[in-house]
Design a protein around this ligand. Structure first.
Ligand code: PNS
Length: 137
């Protein structure tokens, strides 16, 4: 498939769950842009620069994956500037879909961008950035 997708998120920090979605997404799309996005509803532990470094290190083995950051503005504008027509999102539970659904709908309303959901691997079902931080703490 000749297609460009964007995989946005806070990645604070990137987890094995994110990495699995990136690797599988890189198999499905011809180009995958992982975008570290500032989420004003969350107080991050890691700076954007630290997260960029972590995501780049975790994806350096994938030739068709690029990593960038979006510190302000709308995701749809960034997607447009990268030539992406699809937003890739992973989900673990119905709760994730409930959280993601309005974002998918607004992004489609704003710019006709489709969101494609990829189910988490069962072994990553409970892995989240917040849980990783709590355990590390
Ligand atoms: O990993 P997260 O924090 O759940 O990701 C949510 C994120 C950052 C992708 C979302 O909040 C987002 O896209 N923010 C950018 C601003 C924007 O475009 N908002 C309108 C559509 S959600």
């Amino acid at each position: 498939m000749n297609s460009v997708a964007i995989y946005p998120g806070s990645f604070d920090p990137i987890t094995l769950g994110h990495q699995s979605v990136i690797e599988r997404g890189a198999d499905v799309f011809s180009k995958l842009h992982v975008v570290i996005v500032h989420n004003p509803n969350k107080t991050p532990l890691f700076s954007i620069a630290e997260r960029l470094e972590m995501v780049k290190l975790s994806t350096q083995h994938l030739g068709n994956v690029e990593v960038s950051a979006l510190e302000s503005g709308l995701l749809v504008e960034h997607a447009k500037s990268l030539g992406a027509k699809v937003i890739l999102k992973g989900f673990r539970t119905a709760g994730d879909i409930e959280y993601e659904l309005p974002m998918a709908q607004v992004n489609r309303d704003l710019a006709n961008l489709e969101t494609v959901f990829m189910a988490a691997e069962p072994s990553h079902g409970y892995v989240s950035s917040s849980l990783v931080k709590e355990v590390a703490n």
